[in-house]
Design a protein around this ligand. Structure first.
Ligand code: SF4
Length: 455
């Protein structure tokens, strides 16, 4: 739906927006003062980190990252493993792979200087039209067609021009129209600040979910949605379908002699590529794993007496949500050596600095919290040692399920992390056991010092 109102005076609108930005901008670690161009490499790093991650989370990662690798050349020279470690907890690890690979290409093809050319930027892995436009506008001060349009800017522009979501029109056409309208607003002077002003307006004033703060908006009198009385009701996109759910069981194995934790590394490419995680069963749709079934599936990494930890761990990935039950090994037998069957033993004190995804951190915190409580009262050690590798559930294991503690999912409010781009929000939550401290919901919350100590 659109309302055919006179187009705004774009020059006056841009001037007011820049004046507002000068006074009310967000102070973010990757930002330069108004009127000062940023280093294109730093813009690139920040924009890649910000994809679908909250600004507050990125603010914690950005400084240490660019301090360690202040130039493209430094990043290109770094081992991928170290980059992944520094990325640990930011999620979507393909971004770190691509950033690192792109840095090497920039060194090879462009002498280590970020190219000031859209086609050359788009040829780099992981650099799409938005990131290329942000680098050109904010890092090089380029105007014209280099207008970055993220979710915040889409929303602001849609409201300014009262361009509502039309179910009969392809999303790609609407997006192209929003880009065209955004470009029509961009001034020749300070195009980078203008883009960041629109981002900030969308993040702080023209906010989503039908709650724009029009009374505080610097461009309210040029806004078509407000003039038409639809600022709060204008449809901005299709209703999002809930993510499909998968279920898994993770296995927590702590080496008795030193407390090191058994992990596996995921394949370098693909989902959570290259990160470490506790071994787990298949992530299947449909139904949760019962303990005896999980242990006897062949996925348990060692023979042990297993017990199911109370509570479950949930994590939302881009395309689905996964819910884990966590099984802890008591008296593990025949522990694999490092590298054997993909085993990686991580000392407790090294867990914090390892390349663990946010999902793995949740699992680790969940298990450490259980250890800190001195075991899971009521969660019976139901499957005896020696059963974990059998292909089919032996009778004793099947019978063991009747001795398990109830596996009724706990319920608790979910904590949601609104992503920077509203169409791709990510959410993280953990369902704690009754009486258990929540395992933390911030995407990059550190593993607590207490929990990191030896149990
Ligand atoms: S007037 Fe309201 S709806 Fe329009 S741009 Fe400003 S905050 Fe958004």
């Amino acid at each position: 739906m659109s309302f055919h109102l006179p187009p705004p005076d774009t020059g006056a609108l841009a001037a007011r927006l820049l004046a507002w930005y000068d006074r009310h901008r967000r102070h973010l670690p990757w930002r330069m003062p108004p009127g000062v161009r940023s280093d294109p490499y730093l813009v690139w790093v920040s924009e890649v980190m910000l994809q679908q991650v909250r600004v507050e989370t990125v603010a914690r990662y950005y400084g240490p990252f660019v301090e360690r690798w202040p130039t493209v050349g430094a990043l290109a020279a770094a081992p991928l493993e170290e980059v992944l470690r520094a990325w640990s907890g930011l999620g979507r690890y393909a971004r770190a792979h691509n950033l690192h690979a792109s840095a090497r290409l920039v060194v090879e093809r462009h002498g280590g200087r970020v190219p000031e050319d859209e086609a050359a930027l788009l040829a780099l892995p992981g650099v799409g039209p938005y990131t290329a436009a942000a680098i050109l506008a904010i890092g090089f001060g380029r105007g014209g067609s280099a207008v970055p349009v993220d979710g915040n800017i889409e929303r602001v522009v849609a409201r300014l021009f009262a361009l509502g979501w039309d179910t009969g029109s392809p999303a790609s056409r609407r997006r192209a129209e929003l880009r065209r309208l955004a470009a029509s607003l961009a001034p020749q002077a300070r195009p980078g600040d203008h883009a960041q002003a629109l981002m900030d307006l969308g993040a702080t004033i023209c906010i989503p979910n039908g709650r724009p703060r029009c009374g505080a908006c610097p461009v309210a009198d040029a806004c078509a949605a407000r003039a038409a009385g639809v600022a709060e009701t204008l449809a901005l996109g299709p209703k999002r379908a809930p993510k499909p759910k998968r279920f898994a069981a993770a296995f927590w194995v702590s080496r008795p002699r030193d407390g090191a934790v058994l992990m596996r590394r995921r394949p370098a490419r693909g989902l959570l590529g290259g990160t470490l995680e506790p071994p787990s069963t298949e992530w299947r749709p449909g139904r949760a794993w019962r303990m005896a079934e999980a242990v006897s599936s062949g996925a348990a990494p060692v023979g042990a007496a297993w017990r199911r930890l109370r509570g479950r761990v949930r994590h939302a990935l881009s395309d689905f949500e996964v819910e884990f039950a966590v099984m802890a090994a008591a008296d593990p037998r025949r522990l694999p050596g490092a590298g054997e069957d993909g085993a990686v033993w991580v000392p407790r004190e090294a867990l914090e600095g390892e390349a663990l995804s946010t999902m793995s951190r949740k699992l680790v915190r969940h298990a450490l919290a259980a250890e800190g409580r001195g075991g899971q009262r009521g969660a019976a050690a139901a499957v005896p040692p020696g059963r974990s590798r059998s292909a089919a559930p032996p009778t004793s294991a099947r019978n063991a399920s009747s001795r398990l503690a109830p596996e009724t999912p706990q319920t608790s409010p979910r904590s949601s992390n609104a992503a920077r781009q509203p169409n791709s929000a990510s959410a993280h939550s953990t369902l704690p056991a009754t009486g258990t401290a929540p395992d933390g919901t911030a995407a990059a919350a550190p593993l607590s010092g207490r929990a990191m100590g030896m149990a």
